[in-house]
Design a protein around this ligand. Structure first.
Ligand SMILES: [Zn+2]
Ligand SMILES: [Zn+2]
Length: 311
């Protein structure tokens, strides 16, 4: 019974039903982002970029993804909560929703049951999947089955239901200090652009780029997505080594989220940081040899994928 429930069927979306609340908010945020362009100021741009890093880098990349979903490192509870609150500012749902969806993505990558695979269409994998069916955003009872580790924590349960509250508080703060044009930039423009950057990880890095590891999914390493997502675009490295807190493995694969985790480690705020090393043979071997080598690794990688799930 329990096994049957956890196959990810809860995440299969009914394409004939529009998710109205999500659709309306997405429309409003896109219109707000366009409106922001008419009220340009360097101050507003600086606020937007800073908040883009806080929400996308600290919140989604370091918090929701590498810490909560895959447990790539350990942090004091207060810091874990702080990064999670930053994550809610990206408007990608609360922690249980995000973590559950992403664990199902790893379990069913590019297979039936993957919530957002480009095999179902590029547009679908980018944005289409959130616009239809049931969002389950605040259905904590159902989400809890996919993230039982987080469901034990009342704060995460609460924040999943009320994930929009920090955003509203931030909006009011910006309104008080910078007026409504700062709200346009710091909330509407920043959230909209940040959503597309995250969605590119689901769409572009499962279609375009290079494959260092022959994983069973279509994941790829795509430098320009890594640039706009603070390092999340080294997605083939990540699918091959899900629990590694480091995604950019070669020296030229810039991974700002890992650099920040490393900084936390140096200051004692991150412990047990899991880091996969790039096999030296892979760096120097010609492509066909590298592929053979990667095939040998596949079994080991599969095991890592499973471990990453029911953590
Ligand atoms: Zn993926
Ligand atoms: Zn992941």
């Amino acid at each position: 019974m329990q096994e049957q429930v956890l196959d990810g069927s809860d995440f299969v979306r009914d394409k004939s039903k529009v998710a109205w609340i999500t659709a309306i908010f997405m429309t409003l945020f896109h219109l707000g982002a366009i409106a922001a362009l008419f009220f340009f100021s360097w101050k507003n741009v600086a606020v937007a970029v800073a908040l883009l890093w806080v929400s996308g880098g600290w919140g989604i990349g370091m918090g929701y993804h590498r810490l909560l979903t895959h447990r790539g490192f350990k942090s004091p509870r207060w810091l874990e909560y702080f990064l999670t609150i930053c994550g809610t500012l990206a408007l990608e749902g609360g922690p249980l929703f995000w973590v559950a969806t992403h664990r199902i993505h790893h379990r069913n990558s590019d297979q039936p049951g993957d919530p957002h695979s480009p095999r179902d269409g590029a547009w679908w994998s980018h944005m289409g999947w959130i616009l239809v069916g049931e969002s389950m955003h605040s259905d904590t009872t159902r989400l809890a089955r996919y993230a039982p580790d987080l469901a034990k924590d009342d704060f995460y349960m609460w924040l999943t239901k009320w994930h929009w509250v920090p955003q509203v508080l931030l909006g009011l703060t910006l309104l008080a200090f910078g007026g409504w044009t700062m709200v346009l930039w710091g909330i509407f423009f920043r959230v909209t652009i940040g959503l597309h950057f995250t969605w590119l990880v689901n769409s572009a890095t499962h279609m375009w780029g290079s494959r260092r590891y022959q994983t069973k999914d279509d994941s790829r390493n795509l430098w320009w997505v890594a640039m706009v997502s603070w390092g999340e675009g080294w997605h083939n490295n990540h699918h091959a080594n899900p629990t590694s807190a480091r995604h950019g493995l070669a020296w030229y694969e810039l991974d700002i989220n890992y650099m920040m985790i490393r900084l936390l480690e140096l200051t004692g705020l991150a412990k047990k940081v899991k880091v996969v090393k790039l096999p030296s043979k892979l760096v120097t071997a010609p492509a066909h040899e590298a592929e053979q080598h990667a095939e040998h690794q596949e079994e080991h990688q599969e095991a890592a994928g499973v471990a990453a799930y029911g953590d």
